[in-house]
Write a protein that binds this ligand. Structure first.
Ligand code: NDP
Length: 309
């Protein structure tokens, strides 16, 4: 019988699975420890180092190899060194003097885009390839794919491709470009939007605080409304791409500005400070005024141009 290509492939699939990439992990805080446990559970050889040794020792019974210092941990790495420390300054302190020649440094420490770009250059001058990461998850979401957490990566595409599978063990991976600062930028963009949403939620609960309204009855209405409004970000993106801020607008800026006194008056009547809403309303009014009325047909996208200095 002639073998079909499918049968050939099935023979290949039965070949022994390649050994899993050994990982060196520096930093065993809440996040580092969660990351460590997923690699150990997935069968990766893991060498760990932490400034406070007790946190590293706690992982020994789970199979982690404990390095006495950073130098020993880095030497132990085949190539992959993952860093998850408090901030950029602690990365500087911990890696000072470490020999990184030939290593792939993956830095999951939260940093600014500028710090990430500087760290990429710093790594290059030390002979290492560099990938930066921004973690969009809290520790209980690590190793739990259904929780929806993921990590933004940017910097060396080769490092990302080579270690994609290993990096995907703790959480889903999303590569956002060769510019090492882009993971941090995406991270901060999403979290900034989150804080503005939290501000809106705080204002909404404040409005009902003195009334005979159960916050638990407002909560599902509020959550559903935010979810219903979330898809408007796609229209905003489309308007920014096309430069036509009137495209698909349902609620014009002029109408929305006319409505803002209602929000401010209601806040005052409820004894609530409008300080979270007022700056946004001021930008809406400015955008409307800037166009001498022409911007009335736009929605809210023009506000973005006022923010960009
Ligand atoms: P923790 O505060 O729990 O741990 C901080 C870690 O950094 C510890 O291992 C600590 O060591 C180490 N560290 C601090 N300063 C130094 C230093 N000067 N030299 C060497 N090591 C140092 O933080 P997390 O683990 O929660 O966070 C780690 C990174 O992950 C941060 O950048 C954080 O922003 C990011 N992140 C965290 C999230 C979270 O919800 N926890 C969510 C998304 C990102 P020691 O044990 O000795 O104190």
């Amino acid at each position: 019988m002639t073998r079909t290509p499918v049968e050939k492939n099935s023979v290949v699939e039965k070949a022994p699975v390649a050994e899993k990439t050994p990982v060196t992990l520096l930093g065993l805080g809440a996040m580092g420890t969660a990351l460590a446990r997923t690699w150990l559970a997935a069968g990766h050889a893991l060498t760990v180092w932490n400034r406070t040794p007790a946190r590293a020792a706690a992982l020994a019974p789970e199979g982690a190899r404990i390095a006495k210092d950073v130098a020993e941990a880095v030497v132990a790495a085949s190539t992959l060194v993952v860093v998850c420390l408090l901030d950029d300054a602690s990365v500087d302190e911990a890696l000072d003097g470490a020999d990184l020649v030939g290593k792939d440094l993956v830095n999951l420490t939260t940093s600014t885009p500028a710090q990430a770009r500087a760290r990429a250059e710093w790594a290059r001058t030390r002979g290492a390839r560099y990938l930066d990461g921004g973690i969009m998850a809290v520790p209980p979401m690590i190793g739990v794919p259904e929780a929806g957490g993921y990590v933004f990566y940017s910097g060396s595409r080769d490092v990302f491709e080579q270690h994609r599978q290993t990096l995907g063990v703790p959480a889903r991976t999303t590569y956002v470009g060769e510019n090492a600062g882009f993971a941090a930028l995406h991270d901060v963009a999403l979290l900034s939007a989150m804080y503005a949403m939290f501000a809106g939620v705080a204002h909404a609960f404040a409005l009902i605080r003195k009334e005979d309204i159960d916050p638990a009855s407002l909560a599902p209405l509020l959550a559903d409304w935010l979810v219903a409004m979330a898809p408007t970000v796609h229209q905003t993106a489309e308007q920014l791409r096309s430069g036509d801020y009137t495209k698909g607008v349902v609620s014009g800026l002029a109408m929305q500005v006319a409505g803002t006194p209602t929000f401010v008056s209601t806040a005052e009547q409820q004894g609530v400070s409008p300080e979270l809403l007022s700056p946004y309303f001021a930008l809406m009014r400015r955008r409307l005024a800037d166009g001498s009325g022409e911007n009335g047909e736009e929605g809210l996208t023009g506000v973005i141009d006022l923010l960009v200095r």
